[in-house]
Structure formats: C-alpha cells, structure tokens
Design a binder for this molecule. Sequence first.
Ligand SMILES: [Zn+2]
Length: 306
Amino acid sequence: MLQQKYDTILEKIIKETGLTKPEIESRIRAKLRELQDLISQEGAAHIVANELKVKLFEQGKPQEYTIKEIQQRTYGVKLTAKILNKFDVRVFTKNGQEHRVFSLIIGDSTGRVRLTIWDELVIDQCILFPEGTVITIENGYTRENNGFFELHVGSKAKITKEDKELDLAPKKRLKDVAENEFLDTYATVVDMFEPRYYDACPECNRKVNMENGDYFCQNHKKVLPQKTPIINLVIDDGTDVMRVVCFRDVAEKIINDKPFQELKQNLNGSDMKFKGRVVFNSMSGRKELRANIVEEANPEELLQQV
Ligand SMILES: [Zn+2]
C-alpha cells in the first residue's frame, strides 16, 4: 500500500535535500496553513516533498486501486469507478474566503465510496458529468471522516471520463449489509422519532462545546454555532428492520418546515430510497444507517427491487 508515515517522509526530505528538520517542518506548517487544514500533516509533508522534487515512491506506472483497497490511508490513488450520485456543491467560508466542495458517491465491482473534490477546476469539470458516467481518478488520497475512508482529490488530481461500462458490486439488503458498507436500498418507513437539535460548527458540522459562554469546535476553534437537526427513522426492506439516522441537510429536507405529527403521518408507511453508510452503534448494540440520501421512491425501480 502506498502509505508513508510523517516521520518517514521527513527523513527522506532531510536526506535528499540537506535541509534541516526545523526548516522542513516550518515549510510543512506553512503548507497546512496555505491549504487551511484541509489536509493531514502527512498530506502536507507529501506536497512539500513533491515541491522539493523528492521522490517518495518508486517511479513507474501508478498503481491502480479498487474501492475495497483504499479503506485505509493511501496516497497517489488511481481508480476507475462509476458516478452513482452527485450531491449539491457546498460553499463554505474559511478565514474569510469562500471555497467550494463537491461530493459524489462512486462505485466499482468491489464497493462504493464517497468522493470529495476540493479543487475548483476539477469541480467545474465533474459537475457536468451525468450520474452513470465512468471516470478515472488519478492522484487521489484517502481521508478518514467519522471512522470511514473517503477518496479526496485536490489540485494535483486529474479526473478523466472513460468511454466504457463498469460492473458494480451487487446492492445489499438490510439483512446482508455489514458494518462500514455502503447501503443503497428501497425500504418502508415504519417509525419516526421527533427531530432533535444540536449546536454544530457552521464549517464542519461537528458538535460544538460551550466554555465560558463561547462555543468551540475541535477543528475551527471559536465559532457561532448553528442549530442542526437529527432525525431517527426505522425502516423495513422486507429482509430486516434498521434504524436510520439523518443529519443536517438530509434531516432538513425531510422536516421541510412541517410539524412533527404531520411529518410522521406522511412518512409512516411510505416507500423511500435510502443511501448511506452502515455503522455499528455500541449503545444499541445494533447496526444503523447514517443516511446521505433519503429520497422518494421511483415506482419502476421499486418494482425491480421487489
Ligand atoms: Zn468545525
């Protein structure tokens, strides 16, 4: 696997450039600031090494990966996959500057993964690809998000449209889906709980802590929190029953400013499409779905699944 620890990268740079450790570390810190902490320390060290023309890996054909193979820290990922879902482009402000980030779900014969694009030019290019397009991603890197690995691409990455078909891993049902796997299924809403709200960081949506009347995010220090909803549903797809947790945008879309009783009446018994990651909830001792997408059922697809 193409992964190297921070110290290993640092040693290689020292050996090949003759720069001192403090000099290199100050460059890495500058790079982290420049990229506004969107990358890890290893990622920054990697970029600094590239800028100093230090080869961290043996040159040759870039290694091709499958989605299953990138469920750990990996750099220089080349991967061919199909676009399964596009999310809305999100705009966020960091240090007074506006940035865009674009996420998609992509899949291949081994699984499905979230792809997150931070580069403006690559975003402009990928927005135009319809769902179903097969793409090759070069120079991606994985990043952990709430215990899951996602594929990220920045300005060093390249995405190319492929003129070919790609077989996907078969969709799993509730009974078969394992922890950490991506679920994409139709199911009936059998119960719904009243939405709860928590104080979240407006930039990364993590829960914030209050200290002396101010709110602090682990990543973004002092912030003005946003009230962010969570909804729990229970779904049944005919094979099993599972709790679904819907955060922020997904929850807001479901709530749609409607009172809870009306929502519950409308939703209970309705067939909907659910996509997201299955996690193990240690409190309940059961698997649950963290939904990325909850949408109305398409009657034709629904028939196919049944
Ligand atoms: Zn934050």
